[in-house]
Write a protein that binds this ligand. Sequence first.
Ligand code: SF4
Length: 788
Amino acid sequence: MQFDLDRRLASLSVGEFSDFTLGPRGSGASGGLWRAQLGTHWHLQLRGQMEDSGSDAAFEVPITGTVLHKGWVLTLTGRIDQIVREQGRATLREIKTVTRPVPVPEDELRADYPEYFAQLSAYVDLAAEAGIEGLPKGGEIRGELVFVETDSGLAQTVSLEAADRGAYRERLDRVAEFLDLRLRARERMRGLRFRSPFAELRPGQETVAAELRTAVRAGRSAILLEAPTGFGKTGVLLEFVLGELREGHFDRALYLTGKSTGQIQVAATLAAMTAGGPDLGDGAPVAAWLVRNKAEHCVNTVFRCVKEVCPYLDGIEERWRSSGLARFYLIDNLPRDLASLRAAGFAARICPYEITRAALAFNDVWIGDYNYVFSPESSSLFSERPGFEPGRTLLVVDEAHNLPSRAADARSHSLFSGEARELADALRRARAPARIVSDWEGWAAFVDGLDAGHPLAPELEAEARSFLANLAEKTASVPVDPAALDSRLAPAYWQAATVAAQLEDADLPRLWWCPRAGEIAITCLDAATAAGASLREFGGVVLATATPGPIDAFAVACGLEPAALLHLRAATPWREGAYDVAVDLRVDTSFQARMRHVPVTGATVAALRSGQNRAVAVFFPSFAYAEEIAREMNGSFPDLRVALQPRRRELSAQAAWVAEAVAGADALFLVLGSGFAEGIDILGDRIGRAMVVGPALPEVNPVQRAKLASLGKAGREAAFERVYRIPGMQKVNQALGRLVRAPGQKARVLLHCRRFAEPGYARLLAPEYQSARRILDDGELRAWLDAS
Ligand code: SF4
């Protein structure tokens, strides 16, 4: 929908109009591509029959007109399937395919598909206003819905009646209410007042918001803000965002970050900037919504979103109207934390996620995960909100160095033979058609026959594609009782259709391979084109990170032309001289050589800890390496307490572990690239010395080999840089960046591998870690340590 609030105009398609809702949608039609293909097939069949009959008929006729409703002028545009003229009257026909058998009692069809009746009513109204070619002015215009059963082509015709106009008028009311609320939101934004997020500005902070403003207003659609950890990036960005919204340069802002702790921090900072107080009076809080994932909203006994299993979904559309849940977007300042949403949804017997879905349209700042923009499976939550216009939206992507890999992960899939076999059993028990059961069994046998650890040969890949296309088609076209599949198997059942739909984007490079027996993986090697296409839709984009790596490579990985990305580097004079870095040339930690140096590595950890009253942090490229050195420490330095990070923990548990380890251990062994090394901010003033045991190059596996091969044209050196060196050194920079987070903090860091001195690695270190001292022998190490 496009609208001009000042002139009280809006335009939308008839399809969008008839589907328009502020609350949850009914079950409606589903089935994606296959459903669309079947729909086209039956449309053509009925058209052929009409043409053969020699009737005076026109097909796919464009209709446009305006409707005045509650002070708004709405322009509706669409195409009616058929107009048949006979005996001085015209019949407008819309054809709708349904998967249920027909005929069905007409009342039932009216109850189940009100949007179809609203759509046809709109067409009849518009046609009456505009007139129909060949029909005398004032001639009778009737409407008919033709419901066609997808499997058999059997048809049932239902005539439009005067009472059906109720569904049409209800849509008009919904659109007018939506526009009224948008108008209210815009007035609220114009009066927005906020305070600085900083009690006192740190050097460097004062200029960045202005630089961002200048850049975005100069038409730079994508800006890279490079700001180190501790700069106060979130506050600076929010100040910029609120200013742009208040000035009306954007209608809405999206603030994306990958970690839930980061999202919570953004919401808290925003609330603090706009809360009432002596400086702001009652305050004028910005309408912001923190979007948590659907599972966190869930109040059902199982996370299974089908109406046959979830009472919070069944009949939801009718209950919504009297539920009072619209208060979450009608009343400013109502608590909208997850607990409040869950309690309200539970009480009204409505899935709490629907509250989030409905309320988003009336909020000015949406805070959430990358997936809501960059994942084909999740992006509809944002993209389908009424009034969401990317061209009028400011997008902020925090921790943007993760964007390329997250966009690729969202397009990568693993499918398992065990699940396929269980699905076949469950479908058999549910008396699903035998051909579906045998298709799933065939797929399971195919996956089991793959060679573990290897890419698929081209002919096997073609066979796998064909299997998936067939499973997707069956999933969409053959009805299966949703209650027959439990919450574990249901996602696996729909996955084939999801994967098949994504494979239609043939431009993305993918590797089909078998990581282990019984599993097939379809790994997206590079999602830059998809990420870039998403980014270019937005009116303004700020990509913020402490560690972008080489700027041109970062732009390319995000799918942007390097020249289109404006690079702003935040000044942080307080970090100058905060790091004392040395490169240890005594050892080679490459995979082939590291075992020879294990005793030296262990002794170096002990030397770093010696004479210190604080723990040392030691960063490893892998768990296996960390465990090896931990064993060495146990044997050679049994008095030193080593705390090795656990393999998997929730973020809050990770922080608790680090806090405990810092207090009780002599050395913390952390793995580069894990949440422990990158997401924990308490190391800054608790660690005196740190050591990085080699660049964290990704492990060599079929995916990395395929990435290298796909970059073959760039040359071996450039390909190696992009696939191995840049990601590896980015993890090193991420970990080191967190050691100094505030003015006055210092860190002494030993880069424990001679590769750090090689130009290819050294130039990828952040500027403050470069021009490091070189350690050639034990004596030089002692001298460097003694100098502290
Ligand atoms: S619809 Fe909502 S309440 Fe029901 S299972 Fe899904 S998330 Fe849970």
